[in-house]
Design a protein around this ligand. Structure first.
Ligand code: NAI
Ligand code: MG
Length: 357
């Protein structure tokens, strides 16, 4: 019986459509399990540029900082393509992540039995479903390292530096071990420790972390092998934790083995329980305003919020089960529709999931 304050950034394109369905689902969970969720709406992205000339207004940051968690739809679209770079809608995302200290990006890749035919891998590889979670470091490493040009052996050369401090590694690993405790308790640390010094430091810190979480089994894998194993036998993984660049690449690879982008949620976490939750898709301007968007990614994102920020396990499970149920009943939005299934719009899919809850 808790009270939770959620900042809602609906954003642009299909953002408002899918967040409305996610809010409906949260309300249903609140009614069923006697929790109160309150919603404070804030602007970011293109709609904020239209309203006040800034992609991330100070009031929005204040609303997020004053909330227990943030839910975000998606930002951007062709309407703002000519806006100068510093105020592009997408800059709002980077601003939110850095201002809110969200250094850990969680992306589950899950295959539902009912949608097994959407998976590009052979059926026997994913028989019985797939459920893995990639934990990507989000604010350090080579994307944030020293960079530039210098005079080298063969003339001018460009360089980008991969640097990680023990503090940065420890906090992301702590997150990975914590989420593993809520799953199958298996962490695979993906690196390139046969070549990179930073990877060797990751391994040392991971070994130390393991002694804090004796119930979690820890393994290490080189990133090139991990890329191959994700296609060869993805079911061997539970939680994969890795650096910013390796995680960028592997999380895209993992998401593609699940089928539609409209199904995949994500969480960005920091030190505490505060987090920002959003579908991995963008604002989908091609289908915006047509009641065609799949709201499942947004709905599963608030499921992750319940689990990771509020530690409401049963409630999170209720959302996952409801999604599974509607898929098993053959309900489909256009992105996952096939012959013999029932075609629903965004609103109708949200309503069906609410009814299952
Ligand atoms: P997108 O993810 O918006 O769309 C790619 C394709 O997937 C489109 O055909 C779209 O219709 C489809 N799609 C996406 N979400 C769907 C859903 N829920 N249900 C059914 N179909 C769905 O990526 P795109 O087109 O590259 O980007 C559009 C805009 O979104 C751009 O301005 C981009 O910068 C922005 N964007 C924002 C993100 C965010 O806010 N986190 C992430 C990615 C892109
Ligand atoms: Mg990427």
């Amino acid at each position: 019986m808790g009270e939770y304050k959620i900042a809602v950034i609906q954003g642009d394109g299909i953002g408002p459509e899918v967040t409305q369905e996610a809010i409906g689902v949260l309300k249903a969970v609140g009614a069923k399990f006697s929790h109160t969720f309150t919603f404070e709406y804030a602007l970011a992205g293109g709609c904020a540029i239209d309203a006040c000339g800034q992609c991330l207004p100070a009031e929005t940051l204040a609303a997020c900082k004053g909330a227990d968690s943030v839910m975000l739809g998606a930002v951007g679209g062709p309407k703002w393509d000519s806006v100068p770079n510093a105020q592009r809608p997408e800059k709002a995302l980077l601003g939110l992540r850095s201002e809110l200290g969200l250094f850990s990006n969680l992306r589950p890749a899950k295959i539902y039995d009912a949608l097994a035919d959407a998976c590009p891998l052979k059926a026997e590889i994913v028989a019985g479903g797939l459920d893995i979670l990639i934990v990507r470091e989000l604010t350090g490493g080579i994307y944030f390292g020293e960079r530039g040009y210098r005079k080298g052996k063969y003339g001018v050369e460009a360089f980008d530096v991969e640097a990680y401090s023990e503090v940065e590694i420890r906090r992301i690993l702590k997150n990975a071990f914590e989420v593993a405790m809520q799953r199958d308790r298996k962490v695979c640390c993906v690196d390139k420790a046969n070549v990179l010094e930073t990877s060797r430091l990751w391994r040392k810190v991971a070994e130390e972390m393991k002694s804090v979480y004796p119930l979690v089994s820890l393994s290490f894998m080189y990133v090139d092998n991990a890329a191959m194993q994700l296609v060869r036998n993805p079911k061997q993984f539970d939680v994969m934790v890795t650096s910013n660049m390796f995680g960028d690449i592997l999380s895209d690879e993992a998401s593609m083995i699940t089928g539609s982008i409209g199904l995949l949620p994500s969480a960005s976490l920091g030190d505490g329980t505060f987090g920002m939750y959003e579908p991995i898709h963008g604002s989908a301007p091609d289908i915006a305003g047509q009641n065609k968007a799949n709201p499942i990614a947004a709905i599963l994102s608030v499921g992750m919020m319940l689990k990771y920020s509020f530690h409401l396990e049963k409630e999170a499970e209720a959302i996952e089960n409801a999604v599974k149920m509607v898929l098993e009943q053959g309900m489909r939005t256009p992105d996952i529709y096939s012959d013999g299934t029932t075609l629903l719009g965004t609103k109708e899919m949200g309503k069906a999931i609410v009814e299952c809850i």
